[in-house]
Design a protein around this ligand. Structure first.
Ligand code: ADP
Ligand code: MG
Length: 240
């Protein structure tokens, strides 16, 4: 787990540095684009066209990077969160895919809370489930488990997708690493940055043509942070 934590911290800082640079570079580029647009109104020149389209490419890339760290959702407070209900609502968003992919929920310890930033966490699980769906070419299954393994709250996400070759596993989470034709390679960067922000760890195991499993472990919420009503619920463990 400490090894997983180290690589998470490394990837999270790569993500943070990259988004920091993106912020700095985007403003001057946007200004240059504005001036080129003004020039273009006065003189039609093919070099201007080329310069503009290259600028657009660069701005697209930066915008992809910046999606990882929208400052507004980064400033949201940590609050008690029940991941079961958040996961339910995210799975609901994918219901149009359910004719080909079966979603299996195995939720235990359903009253357990963690401390988290709601929108960032929702976005992270959205990105993970989206990847799982994209990894399944035809019919398949996505299994989502929620359980307590003290001192952690664990989420286990398995898919029956194409899998990830071993040499690619260590690249997961690196900004722009993508094997998809139209991939941004920013989804897992957002996921890993967010998990690091929450003191969580992630372990990935995969086997080609069989599937991929992500196990994510959050620190359990400390009892003193839980309200009396939630405390009463903590002893209750629901089945599936
Ligand atoms: P993108 O989805 O835009 O390619 P991500 O950062 O979300 O970027 O994912 C990076 C890469 O990791 C993907 O292109 C894919 O190769 C691999 N990957 C992520 N999740 C899975 C999965 N569940 N199964 C197989 N490959 C995956
Ligand atoms: Mg993705």
């Amino acid at each position: 787990a400490s090894e997983a934590n180290e690589s998470l911290s490394r990837l999270a800082s790569i993500g943070q540095i990259a988004t920091g640079i993106a912020h700095e570079v985007k403003n001057p580029l946007t200004a240059v684009k504005g001036f080129l647009q003004l020039l273009q109104n006065e003189t039609e020149h093919k070099y201007l066209q080329i310069a503009m389209s290259q600028l657009d490419n660069a701005l697209d890339t930066l915008n992809n990077l910046l999606q990882v760290s929208r400052p507004d959702i980064h400033n949201e407070p940590f609050v008690p969160i029940n991941l079961c209900s958040e996961l339910e609502s995210i799975i609901y968003l994918f219901q149009e895919h359910m004719y080909r992919v079966e979603f299996v929920k195995k939720f235990k310890d359903t009253q357990q809370m963690i401390r988290g930033r709601k929108n960032l966490l929702k976005k992270a699980f959205f990105n993970l489930i989206k990847n799982a769906l994209e990894a399944i070419p035809g019919e398949g299954k996505i299994t989502i488990e929620h359980y307590v393994d003290r001192p952690h709250l664990c989420i286990k996400l398995s898919d029956t997708g194409v899998g990830i070759p071993e040499e690619k596993l260590k690249l997961l989470g690196t900004p722009f690493f993508s094997t998809k034709e139209n991939g941004t390679g920013m989804g897992l960067t957002q996921v890993y940055t967010t998990l690091y922000d929450h003191g969580a760890t992630v372990e990935v195991s995969s086997s080609v043509n069989v599937g991929t499993t992500f196990v994510i472990k959050f620190p359990l919420i400390k009892t003193k942070e839980v309200t009396v009503k939630q405390m009463a619920n903590l002893t209750y463990t629901a089945g599936q």
